[in-house]
Design a protein around this ligand. Structure first.
Ligand SMILES: *[C@@H]1O[C@H](CO)[C@@H](O)[C@H](O)[C@H]1NC(C)=O
Ligand SMILES: *[C@@H]1O[C@H](CO)[C@@H](O)[C@H](O)[C@H]1NC(C)=O
Length: 340
């Protein structure tokens, strides 16, 4: 993977996350040394937390999958093809896309570590037992709530150390740290209460509940909305501290939950390897849509090919007594459009 091998000054967490997600299971201290893309401080954290590293790997994969899902219909599709720079240079620049990738990655790590705590996989952490007893609503807390505090703290330590070690005063480090935190907030602010009923035939005489993380899809949806409404910022010195403020002073200041970016994005239309842009040639598009997935916008006005392809579907399904469903296989021809 090109970008993984060329050490650049602007390091991206995505690069090592992509790398981490592709290694086998991490169970030995020596593995930490072999993980390319980690900075020295991360190797140390890795060695002290070997049992947690497998969750970091899972979190990285979760983040990549969710990014590709959220951007499946957009010109930039969060691609991680092996022969291409991971996520492209767009992510090493301070763009809106970079903001999303940093946020979803730090959220993925917090999420997967928390999951591992609750499921009893780790020695260092377990359920959050601080919520217990009977609630004002009259249900019983189970005593095994998701330990989001542990997952968030681990993500802050492991993911943020990259920015902190470079001296967190550059505008890019400030941007990354802000978006890392916004990613974790997308979990924290969407925690929910889940319950289970006990009693004769589900009568719910006794209800036990626990605090649970939202599904990761929900985290992705929240962050995608933040991506659409991201704030363009610039660095300003207030007293002796540097902060990021909206570039357009008419905009209301961003909150901890919002995504921020420094550089505007390219249009992602044309193939441009130098900047890690794949271009949209060969992408599927929707002929009738006026949105970004529509052929007009997706193909950047270059036009598109139309092909007829045969798809096989299940159809005229009948319910048979008792109890199965039998379907026919129907072939139908659909039009498929791809960008020139
Ligand atoms: C992303 O787009 C490129 C072409 O621009 C395509 O080759 C690739 O398969 C797409 N990736 C995903 C995950 O859809
Ligand atoms: C194409 O876009 C139209 C209009 O937005 C939508 O109704 C339709 O479901 C889309 N088709 C596909 C295959 O996504």
């Amino acid at each position: 993977i090109a970008l993984l091998l060329t050490a650049t000054s602007t390091s991206s967490p995505v690069r090592y996350l992509a790398k981490l997600s592709s290694v086998g299971s991490i169970s030995e201290e020596e593995t930490c040394e072999k993980l390319k893309g980690l900075i020295q401080r991360q190797v140390q954290i890795c060695k002290r937390n070997v049992e947690v590293m497998d969750s970091v790997r899972r979190g990285a994969q979760l983040a990549i999958d969710e990014c590709q899902y959220q951007f499946r219909n957009r010109r930039w599709n969060c691609s991680t093809l092996d022969t291409l720079p991971v996520f492209g240079k767009v992510v090493t620049q301070g763009t809106r896309e970079a903001a999303f990738v940093y946020a979803i990655s730090s959220a993925g790590v917090a999420f997967a570590v928390t999951r591992a705590c609750s499921s009893g996989e780790l020695e260092k952490c377990g359920c959050d037992r601080s919520v217990h007893g009977v609630s004002p609503e009259g249900f019983q807390w189970s005593g095994c709530s998701d330990n989001i505090a542990y997952g968030v703290a681990f993500s802050q330590t492991f993911v943020d150390v990259r920015e902190r070690s470079k001296g967190s005063s550059s505008s890019r480090a400030l941007m990354n740290l802000h978006n890392n935190e916004a990613g974790r907030k997308a979990i924290l602010n969407n925690m929910r209460v889940e319950c289970k009923c006990h009693g004769v035939s589900g009568s719910c005489e006794v209800k036990t509940c626990w605090k649970a993380m939202p599904p990761f899809r929900k985290v992705g949806n929240v962050l995608k909305e933040k991506f659409d409404g991201a704030t363009e910022v610039e660095q300003r010195k207030i007293g002796s501290t540097k902060v990021l403020v909206p570039k357009n002073s008419q905009f209301k200041p961003h909150t901890d939950e919002d995504l921020v970016y420094l550089d505007s994005s390219p249009d992602f239309c044309e193939h441009d390897m130098k900047n890690g842009v794949l271009g949209t040639t060969g992408r599927h598009c929707n002929k009738t849509s006026k949105a970004i997935d529509g052929c007009e916008l997706m193909c950047c006005g270059r036009g598109f090919h139309t092909e007829e392809v045969e798809v096989v579907d299940r159809c005229s399904c009948k319910f048979h007594w008792c109890c199965y469903v039998k379907c026919k296989q129907c072939r139908k021809v659909v039009e498929m459009h791809t960008c020139r």
